[in-house]
Design a protein around this ligand. Structure first.
Ligand SMILES: [Zn+2]
Length: 281
C-alpha cells in the first residue's frame, strides 16, 4: 500500500494574540508586548528543516506586516503560505463586510512580503461555524482555493459537529480541509494538534493518528502554533484558570513531541495534496 502523506499546518501568531486572552489584552496593546513570534517560528522552521518536511504556514497579517523577512524566509524554505486573518478576531464576531476587509488586508500584506499568491485561509480559533458559514461564500468570491477552518466536533467556542471528517468541497466549490478527529464510540475526538497534542500523552496521539492512516486509509491534518514550543513566554496571570491551563499545559514538552511526530509520520503542505491539485489545475 502507498504510504499516506499527512498535512502539517502552522498558525503563525504571537502568544498574546490568542482568543483565550482576547478579553484581557486589547489589540491596540499588542505593540507594547514582548514579541516572540519570529524566534519561535524560526525554531519551528529549523525543526522542519532537520526532518526535510514542508508545511503550510497560515500567518496573521499583523505579524506579517511587521516581519516581512519572516514571511519571505518561510516561503524561501519551500513552505506554503496561507492567510490567518489580519487581527485574529473570531469570524462569527464580525459582520460579513468586516470579515471581507480584514481578509483582504491580511492577504495583501502576505502577498507583498512573499511575492507569491496566497490561496488558503484558516480562521482564527476555527471560528467558521454554523453562525458564520457566510464566510465560505466570501472566501470563494475573493479567489481563495481552499479553507482549513472547520473542526467537526462539539466544543464550547467552535466546531461544526456534523461536518465531513476529511477533505471535501463546499457547494460553491471551495475546498475544505477539516481538522482531524479520531472516531471513538461513535464520537469525533479532536487529536490533530494544538492543545490536544499537548494534553494527550504522545502514545495516544500516535495511536489515534495512526488509526486514521491505517484503518481509514486517509491523511490527517495537524496544526500547531509557534508559541506552543515556547515555555519561556511571559505568563498572563490575569487570565481565567481554564484559559491558562489550555494555553500553558505542557509547553515544555511540545518541541520534542513534535519532533517525534515528524519522525513517525509522513507530511506535506496542503497545496501539495491531491485534492488541491485539482483545484489548482
Ligand atoms: Zn490562530
Amino acid at each position: 500500500m502507498e504510504p499516506i502523506h499527512n498535512y502539517l499546518t502552522i498558525d503563525v501568531e504571537d502568544y498574546f494574540q490568542v482568543s483565550a486572552f482576547e478579553d484581557i489584552i486589547a489589540s491596540r496593546d499588542w505593540e507594547s508586548m514582548e514579541q516572540r513570534v519570529v524566534a519561535n517560528t524560526e525554531n519551528l522552521l529549523a525543526l522542519l528543516a532537520g526532518r526535510g518536511i514542508k508545511a503550510t504556514f497560515f500567518v496573521v497579517g499583523w505579524v506579517a506586516e511587521r516581519n516581512p523577512a519572516l514571511v519571505r524566509n518561510i516561503r524561501e524554505q519551500g513552505h506554503d503560505l496561507g492567510c490567518h486573518s489580519y487581527w485574529h478576531r473570531k469570524v462569527y464576531d464580525l459582520q460579513p463586510e468586516e470579515f471581507r476587509a480584514d481578509t483582504l488586508r491580511a492577504r495583501a500584506v502576505l502577498e507583498e512580503a512573499a511575492g507569491v499568491p496566497v490561496r488558503g485561509y484558516r480562521a482564527p480559533s476555527y471560528s467558521i461555524t454554523a453562525k458564520s458559514f457566510w464566510a465560505i461564500e466570501i472566501l470563494k468570491e475573493l479567489g481563495f482555493l481552499y479553507d482549513s477552518s472547520i473542526f467537526p466536533i462539539h466544543h464550547d467556542t467552535y466546531g461544526v459537529p456534523g461536518a465531513p471528517r476529511f477533505a471535501y468541497r463546499h457547494d460553491n466549490g471551495l475546498l475544505e480541509y477539516p481538522l482531524s478527529t479520531f472516531r471513538l464510540m461513535g464520537r469525533n475526538i479532536p487529536v490533530s494538534g494544538g492543545g490536544y497534542f499537548r494534553l494527550f500523552p504522545y502514545w495516544f496521539s500516535r495511536y489515534a493518528l495512526r488509526a486514521i492512516n491505517q484503518k481509514e486509509r486517509r491523511p490527517f491534518i495537524f496544526y500547531l502554533h509557534p508559541w506552543e514550543i515556547d515555555p519561556g513566554q511571559p505568563r498572563m496571570r490575569q487570565a481565567r484558570a481554564f484559559s491558562r491551563f489550555r494555553h500553558y499545559n505542557n509547553l515544555q514538552k511540545t518541541a520534542a513531541r513534535l519532533d517525534r511526530l515528524l519522525g513517525d509520520f509522513l507530511f506535506r503542505p496542503l497545496e501539495a495534496g491531491e485534492a488541491c491539485e485539482n483545484g489548482l489545475s
